[in-house]
Design a protein around this ligand. Structure first.
Ligand code: SAM
Length: 295
């Protein structure tokens, strides 16, 4: 890993405030009680800081990515919903996911035999392992883990491997993450899935980023028979619940009956803090204001 050039800490002082810059006219701020790390990698500005309410927080290019206190919501929902809906997913591909939370949750399934994780920035992996170990835990040293440091769009365009589930745990469609929201990327994900495979992705907060719902719905629809969303409430993702993108040629995968999900959940022997079979079935029910953007 080439050592990144340090960038001056953008006014992140202990006792001061971290101002998230995701939206033009809305700011979310966190009191900073310690700055564990702050440098620019070859891809993005990487900062890990301590807060009284959320514990340690990772931000990339001033956008909050993950916090110690509420990471379980997002990581459980982006992982267990597709894996338990699929029912038999030994081969998984993660695109992004540098903090290791998605990888950790995938590996909790004994039925998962291999997880390939394609992360563009080694720096994020190394710094989360060092400063936020509660998130990756031992996931990166699990013998089923295959970590590839490259651009996820390039990887799916070239890979000859096939997967049962692809989970895109990316940053927002700005900077390095932009290529992970294109029609071509979704087409290559479709090619990389085994028949009946499922793709899920981080799709923004519809109350603030409704255009991303419409944009990704249309782009995924070109490659998949079924394209939709499900929702989860992640406190640190400002603006209400987050939409998680869904795509599959298995048009029944989104509507697996509760009794079946319960059986699979019990068989997987998972202890979860947010995901339940009832939430699995319920999270596909979308409010009208979100439905109207799916067109
Ligand atoms: N949970 C967060 C969210 O919802 O925004 C995402 C967390 S994870 C840290 C996002 C990861 O995507 C980062 O580690 C970033 O380096 C990675 N990433 C961004 N663009 C990428 C690309 N083109 N290929 C692979 N990884 C990418």
């Amino acid at each position: 890993m080439t050592s990144p050039t340090a960038s001056p800490a953008t006014g992140l002082e202990i006792g001061g405030w971290f101002k998230e810059k995701l939206y033009k006219d809305v700011r979310q701020t966190y009191r900073v009680t310690d700055v564990l790390f702050h440098e620019r990698s070859e891809h993005q500005d990487v900062v890990i800081f301590e807060t009284p309410v959320y514990g340690r927080v990772l931000a990339l290019d001033n956008i909050v990515q993950v916090t110690e206190k509420d990471e379980f919501v997002y990581h459980e929902m982006l992982t267990h919903v597709p894996i338990l809906a699929h029912g038999k997913a030994p081969d998984i591909l993660i695109i992004g996911g540098g903090d290791g939370g998605i990888l950790r949750e995938c590996l909790r399934h004994k039925s998962v035999k291999r997880v390939t994780m394609v992360e563009i920035d080694r720096y994020v992996v190394d710094m989360c392992l060092k400063h936020m170990p509660s998130i990756p835990q031992k996931a990166f040293s699990d013998k089923r883990t295959n970590l590839v440091i490259t651009d996820g769009a390039k990887f799916v365009a070239e890979t000859k491997d096939r997967y049962d589930v692809i989970i895109v745990d990316s940053t927002d469609p700005v900077g390095p993450g932009e290529v992970l929201f294109t029609e071509e990327f979704y087409r290559n994900c479709k090619r990389s899935l085994k028949p009946g495979g499922i793709l899920t992705n981080q799709n923004g907060v519809p109350f603030m980023q409704a255009d991303e719902v419409t944009m990704t719905y249309r782009r995924r629809k070109k490659s998949f028979k079924d394209s939709g969303f499900y929702v989860a409430a992640i406190p640190s993702y400002y603006g209400g619940f987050m939409a998680l993108g869904w795509a599959s040629d298995n048009t029944k995968a989104r509507a697996v009956p509760l009794a079946t999900i319960k059986k699979r959940f019990q068989a997987a022997k998972l202890k979860t803090k947010y995901y339940t079979p009832e939430i699995h079935v319920g999270c596909f029910g979308l409010p009208a204001f979100v439905q109207q953007h799916i067109r």
